[in-house]
Design a protein around this ligand. Structure first.
Ligand SMILES: [Mn+2]
Length: 261
């Protein structure tokens, strides 16, 4: 029997909105404890931290309950993989060196339980978002990273926390489903050159829970939502994907066009 895989994203730890970052962190830890007994794969698909920067000799303070829970799970045999998002793209080797957690900086194309999957945070994919794509290329530049890294962390982190907290509110991320033609990630999936061979596209970033069946009638784009509003995650078991909400009885899928279950 193959291992269960979990997909979750957009914790935004460090950001106090809706609930406090500390309350959110405790809920995440409780959820992780609840799935812990049966080791599987855990994909944490970006915007884990809001905000994160790894200096040569320092990392941001905080999140220790979350990080120690990951440590416990790694020791129990869990395979945990991180993806960087637009709020924590400056993760380098820290989690890999300390815990053995690989950090992916771009989407991956893998096979799990016989299903071909594309997994990524989702920022900067598909048409549109031109200004963000420029910002991302500057932030990914080694020289820019080195210059920024030479600022004292008290200053550097303060500046980026400010930019980070403003950026999502000013763009489209918190809008409801805009229709498949307007949704960049849905368009990215529809236009993907291997679309018909891919069973599941898994993204975060959108802060909505989406289960969208592509025009070919078989591939699906799943957006796993966030932990600010939904406390949502997806679970892959026996080749089937399902969406769940942790201790959030009022939460529901934001958009689906699926008629069969
Ligand atoms: Mn996000």
């Amino acid at each position: 029997m193959s291992r269960i895989s979990y997909f979750v994203s957009d914790f935004h730890l460090g950001l106090d909105v809706v609930d406090s970052s500390r309350d959110r962190e405790l809920k995440i830890v409780n959820w992780l404890k609840s799935i812990q007994p049966e080791p599987g794969n855990l994909y944490i698909v970006g915007d884990i931290f809001d905000y994160w920067f790894e200096y040569k000799t320092a990392i941001p303070k905080g999140y220790i309950k979350f990080i120690s829970q990951l440590n416990v799970m790694c020791d129990l045999g869990w395979n945990i993989e991180f993806f960087t998002g637009n709020h924590d793209m400056w993760q380098f080797r820290y989690f890999e060196d300390e815990l053995g957690i690989i950090t992916h900086k771009s989407p991956i194309d893998i096979r799990l339980q016989g299903k071909r999957m594309i997994i990524g945070h989702g920022d900067g994919l598909g048409p549109g978002d031109q200004s963000y794509k420029i910002v991302k290329s500057i932030f990914s530049n080694r020289l820019c990273q080195r210059l920024y890294g030479s600022l004292h962390p008290n200053i550097g982190l303060k500046i980026m926390k400010y930019i980070s907290s403003k950026s999502d509110r000013e763009n489209d991320l918190y809008k409801s489903w805009q229709g498949a033609d307007q949704e960049w990630l849905a368009q990215y999936c529809e236009r993907h050159p291997s679309r018909d061979d891919i069973d599941y596209f898994i993204f975060g970033h959108r802060h909505l829970v989406i289960d969208y069946e592509l025009k070919n009638g078989k591939s699906r784009y799943i957006n796993i939502g966030d932990w600010i509003h939904h406390r949502s995650y997806a679970k892959l078991e026996n080749g089937n994907i399902s969406i769940h909400f942790y201790e959030n009885p009022n939460a529901q899928i934001s958009f689906t066009n699926r008629t069969r279950t």
